[in-house]
Design a binder for this molecule. Structure first.
Ligand SMILES: Cc1cc2nc3c(=O)[nH]c(=O)nc-3n(C[C@H](O)[C@H](O)[C@H](O)COP(=O)(O)OP(=O)(O)OC[C@H]3O[C@@H](n4cnc5c(N)ncnc54)[C@H](O)[C@@H]3O)c2cc1C
Length: 488
């Protein structure tokens, strides 16, 4: 094998996955079409709270926080969803352009010595029982145990794997561009039957950033200045003398999801697995979190600690999260339009969202803080993100997320529980005794009973909860997630 894992595509998802695998000591390479992380135009504008948390779990959140701006970015139906009262250290979103996000993340990945084969495309692959032969545009092929398609919405990997991309065709198309205008335009946001239209001054005070909808008629060509002019006239009755575009791009509300995230040794993550309209700003965030769910599982399988069936839990856990985001985004997209009936729905929803319960419900979902993977019946913490509590240990004070920096599982004994013997998993699970400081509270759920022990997966989700001195189920949970005991 030349590499354990080949990742097609080094956007946000591919970079995060590469970092996770490298932390776990797995030999991984990224094959990326672009010559650098730069791209034309703007895409994502910010991070949601759970994405900031997963970066914090790896000790790199500060790099992003230093370059972005903490803001309450969440909204739905024009109602602002403030999460200041959520029990998390990151009770906000981070305004940070995708280009900066990718640059900072690529810096981390390069510190972890992940090679990136740039200016090359993955052009195809053939898989057999033992591995995947990945074809590269430079004429070479790379042999790997696994191939992960992080190659965006038009994913070649998904197509070659024959995985259906099920969902809905576009109903609206939007042009996004940076241009100059010879007349002073009407600055600000305007809503109409097609959606949200916006004209804003760019930092240089001269150029204009715009988003304008056009009727969707199956456009597949590269958008032109003429398209922008026509769309401006349709909304404002004039194109304000638009000229000299720096770039023009088009996006639609096509909403689709891969019906399966895995075809034997080939997996999909990020936009390759799900696409939707950008309203609500979910795409990059879900992709990065897909990567954090998949990375440690793939590492376990490559190392031979766990069977390939562990990879099925990736789809079981992440497919529902994206499906839910697709539904919410379709609803939010409808509410970007304006006519008397939609306006009435928006007003009613806006009113409901001033109430505590609906605000928390929706904000918990959009921030990613409410995710609970289905790990069966049990304590409220089971399957949810472990809160980042302050801890007192024999080695001094620390906090939960610090224990996850190396992306290794942690069995946290929280006082009172004797007899937790995991000697035969000690090779791959850290055991730490600690006194928690602060209250056990979860976003949306509220206060939960204090556990006496928790088994935390490398992605920060709770795999098992101890109650009193009863440790039933711990060996099963350790085996299910981290492989059989070395005692055999
Ligand atoms: C206008 C707009 C606004 C957006 N706003 C937000 C927002 O506010 N918040 C948010 O979370 N998301 C937003 N998104 C979505 C976000 O940009 C995407 O979800 C995110 O980029 C997905 O990351 P990814 O790594 O999965 O895919 P991509 O970013 O598409 O990366 C795929 C990578 O694969 C490479 N590639 C493709 N094919 C191949 C191949 N065959 N071989 C080698 N390399 C290949 C590409 O060059 C690219 O680098 C927005 C998108 C748009 C268009």
């Amino acid at each position: 094998m030349e590499h354990a894992v080949v990742i097609a595509g080094g956007g946000p998802t591919g970079l995060m996955l590469a970092g996770e695998l490298a932390l776990a000591g797995i030999d991984v390479v990224i094959v990326e079409r672009r010559p650098s992380q730069d791209f034309e135009g703007t895409r994502a504008r910010g991070l949601h709270a759970r994405t900031i948390e997963v970066l914090d779990q790896r000790g790199i959140a500060d790099r992003f926080l230093a370059e972005g701006q903490a803001v309450q970015i969440q909204s739905f139906a024009a109602a602002r969803l403030d999460i200041t009262d959520f029990p998390t250290r990151h009770n906000y979103g981070l305004a940070l352009l995708q280009t900066h996000f990718e640059r900072i993340l690529a810096g981390w990945v390069s510190e972890l010595d992940v090679p990136i084969a740039r200016e090359r495309d993955v052009t195809g692959f053939v898989q057999d029982d033992a591995g995947v032969e990945v074809e590269i545009s430079d004429g070479r092929s790379l042999r790997a145990e696994f191939l992960v398609g992080c190659d965006g919405g038009r994913s070649l990997i998904r197509k070659v794997a024959g995985i259906e991309f099920a969902g809905w065709d576009p109903s609206v198309s939007s042009l996004i561009a940076e241009v100059e205008m010879s007349e002073e335009p009407e600055w600000g946001i305007r809503y109409n039957a097609n959606g949200t239209q916006a004209l804003g001054r760019l930092d240089d005070g001269k150029r204009v950033g715009l988003v304008v909808s056009e009727r969707y008629t199956g456009q597949t060509d590269e958008p032109t200045l003429r398209d922008v002019s026509r769309a401006l006239v349709a909304v404002w009755g004039t194109d304000f003398g638009v000229h000299s575009p720096t770039w023009i791009s088009r996006f639609t509300d096509m909403t689709r999801q891969a019906v399966s995230y895995r075809e034997r040794r080939v997996l999909l993550a990020g936009d390759a697995a799900h696409v939707h309209y950008p309203v609500g700003g979910q795409g990059l965030n879900i992709g990065v979190q897909d990567a954090v769910n998949l990375g440690w599982k793939l590492a376990q399988v490559v190392r031979g600690n766990s069977p390939q069936s562990l990879l099925d839990t990736y789809e079981a856990e992440r497919h529902p999260v994206a499906a839910r985001a697709l539904q919410t985004t379709m609803a939010a997209t409808s509410l970007t339009r304006s006519d008397p009936r939609i306006d009435a729905v928006r007003d009613i929803l806006g009113e409901l969202l001033t109430m505590e319960e609906p605000r928390k419900r929706l904000a918990g979902m959009l921030s990613g803080l409410d995710i609970q993977y289905d790990l069966g019946e049990g304590h409220s913490l089971l399957g949810r993100r472990m809160p980042d509590l302050d801890l007192i240990t024999a080695y001094g004070p620390t906090r939960v997320f610090t224990l996850l920096h190396d992306a290794k599982p942690v069995l946290l004994s929280l006082g009172g529980s004797g007899g937790l013997d995991i000697t035969s998993w000690a090779d791959h699970v850290q055991q730490i005794k600690a006194e928690p400081v602060g209250s056990w509270e979860l976003p949306v759920v509220g206060a939960v009973p204090a556990p006496t022990a928790v088994l935390i997966r490398p992605d920060g989700h709770v795999a098992w909860v101890g109650d009193g001195n009863a440790h039933a189920g711990l060996p099963d949970a350790l085996t299910a997630w981290f492989g059989p005991s070395t005692a055999g």
